[in-house]
Design a protein around this ligand. Structure first.
Ligand SMILES: Cc1cc2nc3c(=O)[nH]c(=O)nc-3n(C[C@H](O)[C@H](O)[C@H](O)COP(=O)(O)OP(=O)(O)OC[C@H]3O[C@@H](n4cnc5c(N)ncnc54)[C@H](O)[C@@H]3O)c2cc1C
Length: 220
């Protein structure tokens, strides 16, 4: 399928944690998307996809980007002056929310939280959310997510210094929470983020939550 190309303008950047920032852009007049979809930027021979964090009715397009040290593209917006123009194609992808009587469980690592924030902008409520991050400083979008979720569990993968050990959350990876803490049952699982988390989660879901449905968006 040929995707239309759109011109946009960077309107601002704000850091959400030491290595993760939000980049905002003007929304081209005729560009629409569904929550969970992404857009694609090209620079010379490389292409990079970023999931839209903002809602389908917002007049800005917002992205949540992990700035990878030595990465070819992920730092580009953070080092660009607002007003600079970019081209993108989209919307791409099929990672969408499907309402169901089965409890939705959203599982994200890092910036894999992006589609779930867009779902919240689109009034999705009552989900269980596991957010895999290294520590409390990466709980971006926490307030919005807490108010929309029935259960919000940040899962801290790093050993935290003693003074941070009291932070509300689960101390361990999202996969450990799935294995040990999520009550057995039939769920709609939505997994987004690292390929490793997705590969490790699938056998646990097969084993512990038979008949559940799984929707996947891999950032690898
Ligand atoms: C469907 C899809 C949606 C995506 N949505 C988002 C999004 O919303 N936000 C976002 O930040 N990214 C997202 N990505 C990832 C994004 O497209 C880029 O791959 C990422 O920003 C790295 O690009 P780069 O050119 O800076 O790094 P590269 O130059 O491609 O990679 C540099 C090195 O960093 C490693 N690396 C890659 N990712 C990470 C990571 N997360 N942490 C540490 N090391 C890493 C690579 O293995 C490589 O060795 C998405 C990817 C896909 C496929």
């Amino acid at each position: 399928m040929i995707h239309k190309e759109y011109k946009t303008e960077l309107t601002g950047v704000r850091y959400l944690s030491a290595a993760t920032y939000e980049a905002s852009f003007t929304r081209p007049k005729n560009f629409s998307f569904l929550p969970g979809q992404r857009i694609r930027f090209s620079a010379k021979t490389i292409q990079r996809d970023y999931t839209i964090v903002s809602g389908p009715q917002d007049d800005r397009i917002t992205l949540c980007i992990h700035h990878i040290k030595d990465g070819k593209f992920s730092g580009i917006f953070a080092s660009t002056t607002p007003g600079t123009q970019f081209m993108f194609t989209g919307p791409h992808g099929y990672f969408r929310y499907f309402p169901s009587d089965d409890q939705a469980v959203f599982i994200a690592t890092g910036t894999g939280i992006a589609p779930f924030v867009s779902f919240v902008h689109d009034h999705v409520r009552g989900f269980i959310l596991l957010h895999g991050i290294t520590g409390p400083s990466e709980q971006y979008y926490k307030e919005q997510l807490i108010s929309a979720a029935s259960l919000y569990i940040p899962c801290f993968s790093s050993r935290l210094p003693d003074r941070q050990n009291t932070s509300a959350g689960f101390h361990g990876r999202v996969t450990r929470y799935l294995e040990k803490n999520l009550p057995s049952g039939k769920y709609h699982f939505y997994l987004c983020g690292s390929a490793g988390m997705i590969a490790d989660s699938l056998p646990i879901i097969d084993e512990r939550f038979p008949e559940s449905k799984v929707f996947i968006e891999s950032y690898a």
